[in-house]
Design a protein around this ligand. Structure first.
Ligand code: PLP
Length: 389
């Protein structure tokens, strides 16, 4: 495994890829073999640790790719928003965790109707009283019993109860006693692992998360409440650290593609990057070649949770054969990317393959992507694109 942040140490040859699909630029190209390899490795990691796998589909938003993950052993999927989950329920995915707090009961009406119609299992989360009230109201109106995981904040500082707090125990009591809800366990996302500086950091964060959840689980069990699931999931800890004892399930998302953030963290190699944007040089000036992929293509994300280094991705030329140079995408306008040419500008019209900082944010800008494999290239729909409600 490479040292975190050591991107400059990579050999351009490691980024070499087959010739890109023939499509109008800029476009996203997913390398099917590399993606399937990433999926298989995560399946093997989960199986070796004896935990369930429930990938987060916000990374690809594609029904076909979710099916591939399930075929490879995933027990179900995780989604962010009700409208996103709805796409997957309607497509026949049978078990979905909606890992986002619901604070308005009506916002899950369509989802609950679809889940009933498709006989799909829905797991919800709650992090405070408002969520519990909203979920309980929806459950009663739909005559359903909703399993609810209590969301625990293990260090990201975003959503969740503090694991040592008395409030966590009160909320567990509240969920367990609410008609229409059942207490399903604990769920956390160690997104702060994206700021890890070393593999030891990742180990420490993963272990701390499992210990915090384990201790809280014991305190809740002591109150007579069953804690059947302990669900964690962030690609850095799921890939870059041992899966610690005590957890029952992982929910990584980004691992399916990986990106320059994963490379920066040292949790993957250039050869694992299954996601890139093919773009074209449209101009060259004294300092930069200008490509047709800007922030409306790559996103302006430096990395998940506002982490990340400088630049907006790494670019290689797509001439057949080994790549000879890796350039950093330095700046972005909406429809332009700035790639410093260091005195050797590529010709206008040249294709560059850009590996973005954050694949999940990039794919969310596209209705369709190219799925390329040894059998050829075909168009893949980003089914849940724009599903942010
Ligand atoms: N679970 C939750 C609740 C998340 O918010 C996320 C990502 O934002 C994930 C799982 C998956 O994280 P990653 O893409 O780092 O694997």
């Amino acid at each position: 495994m490479n040292l975190a942040g050591n991107i400059g140490a990579y050999d351009p040859v490691d980024f070499g890829r087959r010739a890109p699909a023939a499509a109008d630029t800029p476009f996203v190209e997913i390398d099917h073999e590399r993606m399937s390899r990433n999926i298989a490795r995560m399946r093997d990691r989960a199986a070796a640790a004896g935990v369930g796998l429930r990938p987060h589909i916000k990374t690809h938003k594609s029904v076909e790719l979710a099916r591939e993950q399930i075929k490879a052993g995933a027990a179900g999927v995780t989604a962010s928003k009700p409208s996103e989950a709805l796409v997957f329920v309607n497509a026949g995915i049978r078990s979905i965790t909606l890992a986002y707090p619901i604070v308005r009961s009506e916002s899950i009406d369509r989802l609950l109707e679809a889940a009933a119609a498709h006989d799909a299992e829905l797991l919800m989360i709650a992090a405070d009283e408002t969520s519990v009230v909203a979920l309980a109201d929806a459950a009663l109106r739909h005559r359903a019993v909703l399993p609810v995981l209590m969301k625990v904040d293990v260090g990201l500082g975003r959503i969740g109860v503090s694991p040592e707090s008395g409030a966590a125990l009160c909320l567990a009591d509240r969920i367990a006693s609410e008609r229409g809800l059942s207490f399903a366990g604990l769920l956390s996302h160690a997104g702060h692992s994206y700021a890890a500086k070393s593999s030891q950091d990742l180990e420490r964060i993963a272990l701390q998360e499992a210990n915090d959840l384990g201790a809280l689980g014991d305190r809740i069990r002591a109150r007579g409440i069953d804690v059947s699931r302990i669900s964690v999931g962030a690609t850095p800890t799921c890939v870059g650290a041992r899966l610690p004892p005590g957890i029952t399930e992982i929910r990584p998302g980004n691992y399916v593609f990986f990106d320059v953030t994963a490379l920066r963290l040292g949790i993957c190699e250039p050869d694992d990057l299954a996601f890139s944007v093919v773009s074209r040089v449209v101009f060259r000036n004294e300092r930069y070649v200008i490509v047709d992929a800007g922030s409306k293509t790559l996103s302006a994300d430096h990395g998940p949770h506002s982490t990340g280094g400088s630049g907006f991705g790494l670019a290689i030329s797509v001439e057949p054969g080994p790549a000879s140079h890796v350039w950093k995408v330095d700046r972005l306008s909406e429809e332009h990317g700035f790639v410093p040419h260091e005195g050797a500008p590529l010709a206008v019209g040249t294709l560059l393959r850009i590996f973005p900082n954050h694949a999940c944010a990039t794919i969310a800008q596209f209705d369709h992507v190219q799925l390329s494999g040894s059998e050829g290239t075909r168009v893949l729909s980003v089914d849940a694109r724009g599903c942010v409600t």
